[in-house]
Design a binder for this molecule. Structure first.
Ligand SMILES: [Zn+2]
Length: 254
């Protein structure tokens, strides 16, 4: 029987001092990595640093907190890579108090307008901005996006699910009551896993991609399922995102 790999769908490999170390550790732990980037030029730089890492995919990103840095040169790279990029992220909105909302919305809307040709993984930041993120995705007629490290309300979660999107769960979430609650209410078809390393923490340390195995273990406990079944389910979910056939689920909450 072929067992599906563990997949870390959101890791900032370029934020580690030596990216090849967590990458090698992940390979030993049978973890595939989707390495998100904050700017298109960062993706190119990371690719150059990890030329021999077949278990790492490089996502094309334009992070909301870097919106002011999306100059012409960055857009040129984005444009030239977007047709072939199978993974997009990190993109989204962050409406923390000091944020330049207008610049972020311009960048996010433009990015989404370039993704309509085919389905693929879009890993989305939505801190304090779940509703505006959902509106932008709806305007661009995109479903099957993945909201990473979701921290919104129950009502917002319902809206996310009704709109056909997924959540990726990280080690910080499974260590918190709120995160566990979110996971408990998620339909199995809407769950992916991530480390969000090194920014999320696991057992008091910055998370590494191999720590995503702890998320799979937590999901298995919660579902009372065998870990191999969890690996298979999350692999199906990722495939559904990549092919644009996310199962629609009815509203969960009365
Ligand atoms: Zn992130």
């Amino acid at each position: 029987m072929i067992v599906a790999p563990f997949v870390d769908t959101h890791c900032h490999l370029d934020a580690y001092f030596r990216p090849f170390e967590p990458a090698a550790e992940a390979a030993r732990a049978e973890v595939e990595i989707i390495a998100v980037t904050n700017l298109p030029s960062h993706r190119q730089r990371l690719q150059a640093r990890l030329p021999f890492a077949p278990h790492v995919s490089f996502a094309l990103g334009a992070h909301p907190v870097e919106a002011a840095k999306m100059h012409e040169g960055e857009w040129r790279i984005f444009q030239s890579k977007v047709t072939t990029a199978d993974h997009i992220g990190e993109v989204g909105l962050d409406f923390s108090p000091a944020a330049d909302r207008a610049a972020q919305e311009r960048v996010f809307a433009k990015v989404l307008s370039m993704l309509r040709d085919r389905p693929r993984l879009i890993t989305v930041h939505s801190r304090r901005a779940v509703r505006p993120v959902l509106k932008h995705l709806a305007d661009a007629q995109l479903t099957g996006a993945v909201l990473h490290w979701f921290s919104g309300s129950r009502v917002e979660l319902d809206a996310v699910l009704s709109a056909g999107h997924l959540l990726s769960i990280n080690t910080a979430m499974i260590a918190s009551a709120k995160g566990t609650d979110i996971l408990r209410f998620l339909p199995r078809e809407r769950v992916l896993a991530e480390s969000d390393g090194p920014y999320a923490r696991h057992r008091g340390k910055p998370a590494s991609p191999s720590d995503v195995r702890a998320v799979y273990a937590a999901v298995a406990r919660l579902w009372s399922a065998d870990i191999r079944d969890v690996r298979a389910q999350l692999a199906r979910n990722l495939e559904a995102v990549r092919t644009g056939v996310v199962v629609s689920t009815p509203c969960l909450f009365p």
